[in-house]
Design a protein around this ligand. Structure first.
Ligand SMILES: *Cc1c(COP(=O)(O)O)cnc(C)c1O
Length: 451
């Protein structure tokens, strides 16, 4: 390695061949999901109408490593390993002694980490002759990733897009259609779950999930795909952290002080963080592992750790997680991918056990950091990812105060080239912070079932 190297990749022989399952190493087992009707732990049979058996097994397995199938590795090769960069110019701009690295998932075909799970999910469904996959999308990244993966394996993809984002992000919708997917505005008139709301309702991820689940459950040749939250989704994303550990070793960093990522449903954060948590639990290094969320949707920092539904209609299993309540309709902040009422049960469990930490930031500080990052690194970060940048910036400035040579690793989950409207709003001073009020929080939490 040369001293001024800024980009770290991997040789063919160093490629990641297995996903990592944190469940194998957690000090205490995470609480099981419960059937929405009986409130008993769900079994594989309960999930069979929605998911293929391979994904159901990955959802419940305690195995430490799961082999990545060959056809999935073949597609990963198009954009993996994703680069790990050292942000030297940003460090200089900040005047920090900290060494800042970022793992950039924006190089994927869909522009975010979501392709990492879309590809295996479609692949496993294709093994069973599934004709169509249904799903929800918030900001549009997940719909884009799934529709691209579906095109590769010759499966149809039908997407319910959250109304507010459907109305304001026509380019995302077009991109989904370019890859061959079909898009409906949610709440739609096509489902009972959608018809429960007025047609012009802004929608939410919870409503869109209900619609996609309802359609898949009623058609034998259709199944449902979820872009975050579930154990198997987090599992697929661990390719990010496994690569990052190897790339950091090549950069001469055998241990790091801070791993930071943004958290909506928790998948990109877990994907980066869980391999580092394994190293932490094994005593090999001792990083602080930190999830950053928006102050307008503060699931980990102000939600309650309880059983709740993953969707608005209550069709999904009850999951033990930090939640703002399944009726919660977040304010339309620009980081659409961070607007979910719940948090992945595995991330929630790790936070509850004190293994990882969480913080919430206002979006204006995030866009500020996003601009500084763009002007030193040349990458326009997704508004979601800018939450991780802003927190890293805080830590780098604190290191400047204390003179500590910290090593910081950031999960840069995607690019923001289709979110320029949000950057425009910030640049022209039209972007407002919209913290969640105590009253609104109490109202939403009142709808969480008593289990
Ligand atoms: C979807 C998305 C997120 C949030 O989802 P997680 O499951 O929390 O990762 C964050 N960043 C980008 C770029 C996204 O597309």
């Amino acid at each position: 390695m040369s001293d001024d190297q800024i980009m770290f990749t991997l040789d063919e022989s160093e490629q990641v061949t297995h996903w990592y399952n944190i469940v194998a190493d957690l000090p205490t087992p995470p609480p099981p999901p419960l059937h929405p009707g009986t409130r008993e732990p769900v079994g594989p049979d309960d999930l069979a109408p929605l998911f293929p058996i391979e994904l159901i097994m990955q959802e419940v397995t305690g195995e430490r490593y799961v082999e990545i199938p060959g056809p999935v590795l073949d597609v990963y090769k198009q954009y993996r390993p994703s680069p790990l960069y050292r942000a030297r110019r940003w460090e200089q701009k900040l005047g920090t002694p900290a060494r800042i690295y970022y793992k950039y998932e924006g190089v994927s075909p869909a522009g975010s980490h979501k392709t990492n799970t879309a590809i295996p999910q479609v692949y496993y469904n294709s093994l069973h002759g599934i004709r169509r996959l249904t799903t929800e999308t918030g900001a549009g990244q997940w719909g884009t990733a799934l529709s691209y993966a579906a095109a590769l394996f010759d499966v149809e993809c039908e997407v319910w897009q959250v109304g507010a984002s459907y109305d304001t992000k026509p380019q995302r919708r077009t991109l989904i259609e370019v890859f061959g997917g079909t898009v409906h505005r949610s709440p739609s008139r096509l489902t009972e779950s959608g018809k429960a709301f007025p047609e012009d309702h802004p929608g939410s991820l919870g409503i869109a999930i209900s619609e996609a689940v309802e359609v898949a459950a009623q058609d034998e040749s259709s199944k449902y795909a979820l872009g975050s939250v579930l154990n198997h989704v987090l599992l697929h994303q661990t390719v990010i952290g496994e690569e990052a550990l190897r790339q950091l070793a090549k950069a001469g960093e055998s241990s790091v002080d801070l791993v930071v990522g943004c958290a909506g449903g928790g998948s990109n954060f877990a994907g980066l963080a869980f391999p580092f948590l394994r190293e932490k639990l094994a005593g090999n290094q001792d990083p602080t592992i930190l999830a950053v969320e928006p102050s307008s949707c503060p699931t980990l920092t102000r939600g309650e750790y309880r059983y709740d539904f993953g969707d608005t209609a209550g069709l999904t299993p009850l999951m033990k997680m930090y939640t703002l309540g399944h009726d919660f309709v977040p304010s339309p902040i620009h980081a659409g991918g961070l607007r979910y009422h719940g948090m992945a049960p595995l991330v929630s469990h790790a936070v509850h056990e004190g293994l990882i930490e969480a913080t919430a930031l206002h979006q204006s500080e995030c866009f500020e950091a996003g601009l500084e990052f763009a002007r030193t690194q040349g990458i326009v970060a997704a508004p979601e990812s800018s939450h991780a940048l802003a927190q890293a910036r805080r830590e780098a400035l604190a290191a400047k105060e204390s003179g500590e040579e910290k090593v910081i690793v950031i999960g840069l989950s995607g690019h923001g080239l289709l979110e320029l409207g949000a950057y425009d709003a910030f640049l022209s001073g039209r972007l407002e912070d919209d913290p969640l009020s105590d009253d609104a929080l109490a109202t939403a939490l009142a709808g969480v079932p008593i289990v």
